[in-house]
Write a protein that binds this ligand. Sequence first.
Ligand code: NAD
Ligand code: ZN
Ligand code: ZN
Length: 364
Amino acid sequence: MKAAVLYEPGKALRLEEVELDPPKEHEVRVRIAAAGICRSDLHFMKGEAKITLPAVLGHEGAAVVEQVGAGVTTVKAGDHVILSFVPNCGRCYFCTMGRTNLCDTHAATGANLFDGTTRLHKNSQRIYHMGKVACFAQEAVVPESGCIPIPKDFPMAQAALIGCCVTTGVGAAMFSAQVQPGSAVAVVGCGGVGLNVIQGARLLSASKIIAVDINDASLEFAMRFGATHMVNSKAQDPVAKIRELTGGLGADYTFEVFGSAETVEVAFNSCRKGGTVVVVGLAPLSQRAAIDPVALVRFEKTLKGSYYGSSRPSLDMLRMVDLYKGGKLNLDDLVTRHYKLDDINKAYDDLERGAPGRGVITSF
Ligand SMILES: NC(=O)c1ccc[n+]([C@@H]2O[C@H](COP(=O)([O-])OP(=O)(O)OC[C@H]3O[C@@H](n4cnc5c(N)ncnc54)[C@H](O)[C@@H]3O)[C@@H](O)[C@H]2O)c1
Ligand SMILES: [Zn+2]
Ligand SMILES: [Zn+2]
């Protein structure tokens, strides 16, 4: 089957035929229907984050089940599923306490499947599975716990986005920050994930939602998802502008959704006393943000990270499905570009250029 393989950071993804072994126990073989273009994959392509190579990237996907391995009971051939990039073991400390997005067995096995091996290979060369999903391909073998079944009439591009940017963004507002009605929110970085932080804050009745980006088109686009104010941080000092828009106080909740030390500092410095700073973006490995420890204490700020929106993917993704069906989440306008798998490198060029909304591969 065809897949987009990363062999070396800084080089384009190579589209080639690879082999995919049948699913083992508690694994599922799926045919990919849609795969979203998320910045997390780009971090690996640029060497800003590390993954064992060669690897098939892609972690925001929706698929149709083709074949199930031994012991699989929760899905069957023909089912439609959202793929989770943190499939979970159900037994480690974090799974036991209900923080399934932090599963330690998943972290320890990385881009292998749970048994420590890969199903992907090219002749004798092992190929790794990003997030145990690897959906930049025609097919994938994924753990059973990474398959979240959805109704067959649910649109697959929108389902794929629930696999990462929607659950991550809405979850950051809903579960990590627990945004209170009437509060002021600032969102630094308004791409696929940031737009979902914005619509999550809108859903939770924030009164002011300040969109911050370096790109005017992305700011305009963010107004459709509930932003009430726009700040172009290339043209204005974002910290001063957020303070001005919040009566000098700063925002109650600030979200960093680009992935850099600089934007983490903007989020920290534009949060008011007693407020909460949520970091969602993944900064390049070498960067360190300058956080004033005295400001943290004297202003009683809460600084927290948010991975997969602090969600329990198999439960909370179905809530996103229902919120979309109830007209409360706008996933239709989020999809702004459709691509063929063959055009994946162009899709990432468009992301780098800052094209608004989310691109999705819908033709394999
Ligand atoms: N925590 C998680 O679980 C999780 C999940 C998915 C993605 N991520 C990370 O979230 C980040 C955002 O991902 P995405 O797919 O939405 O990316 P994206 O490329 O779609 O969006 C990023 C946005 O940030 C804007 N931007 C760039 N520089 C900026 C600056 N200096 N100030 C303000 N805005 C700026 C860009 O114009 C763009 O609109 C990435 O780092 C990604 O790896 C984290
Ligand atoms: Zn993602
Ligand atoms: Zn676990």
